[in-house]
Every structure is written in structure tokens, then in C-alpha cells.
Design a protein around this ligand. Structure first.
Ligand code: FNR
Length: 392
């Protein structure tokens, strides 16, 4: 049976023929390569975080402070990385995180990401603020044999929320991921310095401009008056009035499972469970919202305990850069992780091929780290396989 780790042998065998991989082998290397090809504005938007960016750094430090304790001689020939989340079967515990406006990274934008993810078998979570309308991305996923979920930024206008969710369901997305932490954009100095918000330049708002409910709120069609459409978007994008009670309304609007993204406190996890969600995503948006917020991994165990008691799935993101990071997140209670910035750097550098490379590298390392640490499946990963690094 083939393993994701076989990618390693493929690379070394090509080396015997004199060929080295055309793309960097680490997330850091891919970030550096992306910086070379992206405009200053686009790179800053993707790499940047809120405020002093302390939470973005702390996300990494929190992951690095956990150490895996490898176990030996445990017969790890047959490995199984599969898992199931809210009715979607995953060949490995990884999904593409919803990342908006991929058109600033590569002209093929979400279509390339969808093709790449499908090729590797990884589901894609499509952002509300995608560069390409959701129906086209759904068609690409279907054509490539992949699966996807739709991430919802819940707008002020309930009719637009209803319409977006209905479109996503009809297009074939398998779940709705409601992002809770971004009803307004945080203070992001890199973007402020360049006065750069792509949506105000008409980028990343394709789902709105094609939405009948959004268009009904405009005096003139966006084709005739793009500026007014953009300003209407800016005025209605986020909904600070939402409360947990609204999740029940959303449940009445769709038969799809609903996950909520941005849960960091166990009481919010309980509220979400009471509201009937099928899954929780522990995340601080990659440090892009509340600077100084607690590192996401530190929030995971308590939220995972609530999720486990309620029988709902818990996912994790914010800081995943390697296969070993995935092992740690799963050991601390995540059913699967969302990969964020690293795949966008791969997209920027080499389009779909770059995303495939990033995913195969991550999954290859995950497979090898899991096996070399003495495990054959995700079920055998628990907190006992980790220790906290001693203070030095
Ligand atoms: C994001 N993220 C995000 N989340 C979301 O729910 N909808 C979105 O449209 C976006 N857009 C977006 C754009 C960019 C450029 C980034 C970097 C991130 C957050 C994303 O889903 C995820 O939570 C973070 O990327 C995780 O952090 P790391 O692993 O990238 O550091």
C-alpha cells in the first residue's frame, strides 16, 4: 500500500538522475520564494498579522514548546492516516484553510488551489471572499474529483447570508464553516502602511457581485457602478450584532453540517455545541485578528475536551507549518488541521503545482514522523505522546 512518505524516495531517486526538486522543501523556504514573486502589497497581506504580530509568533512558539517522544519497535508497516470529519472522509487529517482573495497570489487563484487539493485528496474550504465565484470553484472541485466546504463571512444583510449558504449547498459544498472572529478587520500595520485592502480595489468580492440578494441592495448594477458596489460591500461585510442564537437560524437555512471557526474559549465551545454545530475550529486566524491573543494551540486541549464530551469534531489551525506540527495538534485533540499561509506561498510560486508540492511535502513528513514516532494511525495519538519542553 502506498504511503504519503513515499514522496521522499521519489525525490531521492530523481536525485540519482541528477534532478533536485524544482521547489523549496520547507514552509520557510516557500515563503521566501513567494516574497520574490509577489508584489509588496500582496506579500504583506498574506504574511501579515494584527498589531505587533505577537500572536502570529506565539502560535509558532506554542507548537514548538511541545515535544514528541518517539517510541520504538512497534511494527509500523501498515499506516492509516484517514479520518472522518462531519461526513467528509479525509485521506489524512488536513484541509486547505479558507483563504480569501487568492487572485493576488496567482491568476488561477482558487481554481488552481481546488485542482491541487483534489489531486492530493485534501478537501478545500472555500472563502466567502474568493476571487472566483463559488459555483465555478465547486465545478472545478467536482471535475477534479475533490470535495469542498464553504466558509461564511456572515454579512449584515440576512438575505445575503441566506443566499450565499443556499448557493453553496446547491453547488455541492459539504459543510458550512462560519468564521466568528472577523466581523471586522483587525488593525494590520503592514496593510495600513501600504493602504492596501484588496476588496476595496474590487478583488475578492466575486461571490457578492454575482449574488442576487447582494445585487438587490444596490441602486445600480456593479457592472455600471463598481465603486458603489464596493462601498456597499464594505458597509455590509461584517455583522457585529450576531449572537449564538443566530446559529440556530442558520441551521434552519441549510441541511449541511455547520462548523464554527475561531473558537478559543471552552465556554464558547459549549455555546456552540448548545447551538447545534457539528464541529469547532480552534483558531485565532493566524494571529490576524486580536494581537496578544492566546496562541491557538494552547486553546486546543480545553476546547477539545468540550467537543469530545459533546461528540462533535474539533479542528485546529494557526501555525501549522510541518508534518510534525500536525502530529502535535492531533495528539492534543484535533481531528484534523487546516493549512493556511504555506499553501498560498506554494500557489504564488508555482500555481497548482506549488500547492501540490506543499501538500505532498506536509503529508509526506506527517506520515514519516508518525511512523518514526511509533504510531500507525491517528487514533493512537493522545497527549501522552507529547511532553512540554523544559524551561531552558
Ligand atoms: C486568512 N484566513 C481566513 N479565514 C477565513 O475564515 N476566511 C478568509 O477569507 C480568510 N482569509 C485569509 C487570508 C489570508 C491571506 C490569511 C493568511 C488567512 C485565516 C485562515 O483560514 C487560517 O485561520 C490562518 O491562515 C491560519 O494561520 P496560519 O497557519 O496561516 O498561520
Amino acid at each position: 500500500m502506498p504511503h504519503f512518505g513515499d514522496f521522499q524516495l521519489e525525490i531521492y531517486l530523481a536525485g540519482v538522475e541528477g534532478r533536485v526538486p524544482p521547489l523549496p522543501m520547507t514552509a520557510e523556504g516557500m515563503e521566501a520564494a513567494a516574497r520574490e514573486v509577489l508584489s509588496e502589497e500582496a506579500f504583506g497581506y498574506i504574511a501579515g498579522a494584527a498589531g505587533t504580530e505577537s500572536t502570529a509568533r506565539a502560535n509558532r512558539a506554542a507548537i514548538e514548546q511541545w515535544h514528541i517522544v518517539p517510541r520504538m519497535l512497534r511494527s509500523v508497516v501498515a499506516r492509516d492516516l484517514t479520518t472522518e470529519v462531519c461526513g467528509t472522509v479525509l485521506p489524512a487529517p488536513v484541509l486547505l484553510a479558507p483563504i480569501g482573495v487568492l487572485g493576488i497570489a496567482h491568476p488561477e487563484a482558487e481554481l488552481a488551489a481546488a485542482r491541487a487539493a483534489s489531486g492530493v485528496g485534501v478537501p478545500m474550504i472555500l472563502s466567502t471572499v474568493s476571487s472566483i465565484p463559488l459555483e465555478q470553484v465547486a465545478a472545478q472541485l467536482a471535475a477534479a474529483g475533490g470535495t469542498g466546504w464553504f466558509q461564511l463571512y456572515w454579512p449584515k444583510d440576512l438575505e445575503v447570508a441566506r443566499s450565499l449558504v443556499g448557493r453553496a449547498e446547491r453547488a455541492g459544498f459539504g459543510a458550512i464553516v462560519v468564521t466568528l472572529d472577523t466581523w471586522a478587520l483587525a488593525w494590520r500595520p503592514r496593510d495600513l502602511r501600504l493602504a492596501y485592502l484588496p476588496m476595496l480595489r474590487g478583488l475578492g468580492i466575486a461571490n457578492y457581485l454575482t449574488d442576487p440578494a447582494f445585487r438587490a441592495g444596490l441602486a445600480r448594477a456593479p457592472e455600471d457602478d463598481p465603486k458603489s458596489a464596493i462601498l456597499h460591500w464594505a458597509a455590509t461585510f461584517g455583522n457585529p450584532a450576531l449572537s449564538w442564537a443566530d446559529i440556530a437560524w442558520l441551521r434552519s437555512q441549510t441541511t449541511l453540517p455547520i462548523l464554527v471557526k475561531g473558537v478559543c474559549h471552552p465556554d464558547d465551545a459549549r455555546a456552540a455545541v448548545d447551538a447545534g454545530v457539528a464541529g469547532l475550529v480552534v483558531s485565532n486566524h493566524g494571529g490576524r485578528q486580536v494581537d496578544g491573543a492566546r496562541p491557538a494551540l494552547d486553546c486546543l486541549p480545553d476546547v477539545a475536551a468540550v467537543a469530545a464530551a459533546a461528540g462533535v469534531a474539533v479542528l485546529f489551525d494557526s501555525g501549522i507549518r510541518s508534518g510534525s506540527d500536525v502530529v502535535k495538534a492531533v495528539a492534543l485533540g484535533a481531528r484534523a488541521v487546516l493549512l493556511g499561509r504555506p499553501y498560498v506561498y506554494g500557489l504564488a510560486v508555482a500555481g497548482a503545482e506549488g500547492v501540490v508540492h506543499v501538500l505532498r511535502s506536509l503529508l509526506g513528513e506527517l506520515d514519516l514522523s508518525l511512523a518514526l514516532a511509533g504510531h500507525t494511525d491517528l487514533g493512537s495519538l493522545g497527549p501522552e505522546v507529547l511532553v512540554r519542553a523544559p524551561a531552558r
